[in-house]
Design a protein around this ligand. Structure first.
Ligand code: ADP
Ligand code: ZN
Length: 434
């Protein structure tokens, strides 16, 4: 039997979802116009009034909101209601610059946690599960979001937060955790640590993992599934829209259903701002439909993905987004070629290397240098310089055929690249420091 947390809305017809969205958008735009002077100003400048927005088809008339706007309006400028109505503040991890703070009313928290509950149920979670949450707790949304979702489902929640891997493993084994929630890089590390301690994948009781907050590849998914003996589900979100749970994967594992009754998604050309038709690759833009504390209209996420309405075997009808192929600001331009860290990761995993690597880009004598430090598995590692050189050459060729340019590969000994307990740091672009 298929399980849903909120079956009616998760499996509603396209027309029904549209109707919900149309009703909500009219109210949300009016609410923002009346309560957020910063955005009202943007609308006035563009000559759009709330009366112009009668359905989601009219969203394209609204001005965009960017990360720069959020920084400019920091900390209170985009708040939708008095602080006395807000019960929580969360903040972005600051991966790409100054942090952004978001405000939540109790209604916003409930909506966010319900979105996370949908994700947990889609991963097979019930009130009989033990959900180990090792996303960071605190300002970062990962821990609080999944924690709240797990409570809503009625699962036994282990609020571990990130770090202290020995203790994570001890609790996982002693308390028979069945669902693991953390960043994919940390999940890979836990898998690795379990093996080191002599545990086999079948020794733990985990059945599923809900991993997100950073880009990860299909190859990495397969690695995690194998090392932990689980099914690994993707989850996506950002602080600005609430946190994890904006979109989540179902059993089909072919993209994440966006919770369309709360968030309206568009794909735009990042250069021109033009809305692109379904199936196009572009920048994801979200409009919140019923938020109070931090409502955002046409917020440009900088995440690059594709939307699809192809029928899903899980019965959910909400539009699906592909894994973000990277952030538009994650993309490196090296010697004139566009390079995403995710492409590099895909090559490494395909060639049998673990997802532990660091990319270092610099500029020397007006020319870009491009180095990748790649950790070997103990099997791949050798004391013989010639053997390592042969492997480096092979990897260089594989990279060259994927990227169009060849990096300098440095194979390093197992366990020499620092592990992350939260979001992994993959790129060091020294050009930005000059
Ligand atoms: P920061 O921008 O500081 O990292 P957040 O902690 O709010 O802020 O993280 C949100 C961002 O994390 C998203 O915009 C996206 O780039 C990334 N992200 C979240 N979930 C995923 C996922 N499942 N796959 C890829 N990237 C993700
Ligand atoms: Zn589905």
């Amino acid at each position: 039997m298929k399980n849903y947390y909120q079956k009616e809305v998760e499996t509603a017809s396209y027309e029904e979802i549209r109707q919900i969205q149309n009703e909500k958008i009219v109210k949300q735009v009016r609410y923002v116009y009346d309560n957020v002077p910063y955005y009202r100003n943007l609308m006035d400048k563009k000559g759009v009034s709330p009366d112009d927005i009668k359905s989601v088809d009219d969203i394209k008339k609204l001005p965009f909101l960017t990360k720069d706007d959020l920084r400019e309006a920091y900390p209170y400028g985009l708040r939708g209601t008095d602080l006395k109505n807000c019960v929580r503040i969360q903040s972005t991890s600051g991966t790409t610059g100054k942090r952004v703070v978001a405000f939540y009313t109790q209604k916003d928290i409930d909506m966010w946690e319900e979105c996370c509950a949908r994700a947990i149920v889609a991963a097979g979670g019930t009130n009989e599960d033990v959900v180990q949450v090792c996303y960071g707790y605190g300002l970062f949304t990962g821990g609080p979001g999944l924690n709240g979702g797990s409570h809503k489902v009625g699962s036994l929640t282990l609020p571990m937060s990130s770090g202290n891997t020995d203790r994570q493993i001890q609790f996982m084994m002693d308390l028979d955790a069945t669902i693991l929630c953390c960043t994919p890089s940390y999940a890979a590390y836990i898998g690795e640590s379990l093996a080191e301690k002599g545990y086999k994948p079948e020794d733990n009781k985990l059945k599923a993992g809900i991993f997100g907050a950073e880009p990860w590849t299909e190859e990495m998914r397969q690695g995690i599934e194998k090392s932990l003996g689980i099914k690994a589900y993707d989850i996506y979100g950002l602080t600005e829209t609430s946190g994890p749970g904006v979109a989540f994967e179902c059993e089909e594992q072919t993209g994440m259903h966006i919770n369309e009754d709360h968030f309206y998604a568009e794909i735009i050309d990042p250069d021109t701002g033009e809305v692109l038709p379904e199936g196009s690759k572009g920048e994801l833009v979200f409009t919140s439909l019923d938020k109070e504390g931090f409502p955002l209209l046409r917020y440009r996420t900088k995440d690059i993905c594709i939307l699809s309405r192809k029928k899903c075997s899980c019965g959910r009808t909400h539009v699906k987004m592909t894994k973000p192929l990277g952030r538009s600001d994650d993309m490196m331009i090296i010697r004139g070629v566009n390079v995403f860290p995710s492409q590099i990761e895909a090559v490494l995993l395909k060639e049998g290397y673990p997802p532990n690597y660091q990319i270092v880009v610099d500029r020397v004598n007006n020319s870009d240098t491009f180095d990748i430090y790649v950790e070997c598995t103990p099997e791949l590692f050798s004391d013989k310089v010639s053997e390592m050189q042969t492997q480096e050459k092979k990897l260089n060729l594989a990279m060259r055929s994927m990227l169009g340019i060849g990096p300098k590969i440095h194979l390093v000994a197992p366990k020499t690249i620092e592990r992350s307990e939260g979001k992994a740091v993959r790129v060091i672009d020294k050009r930005k420091l000059h």
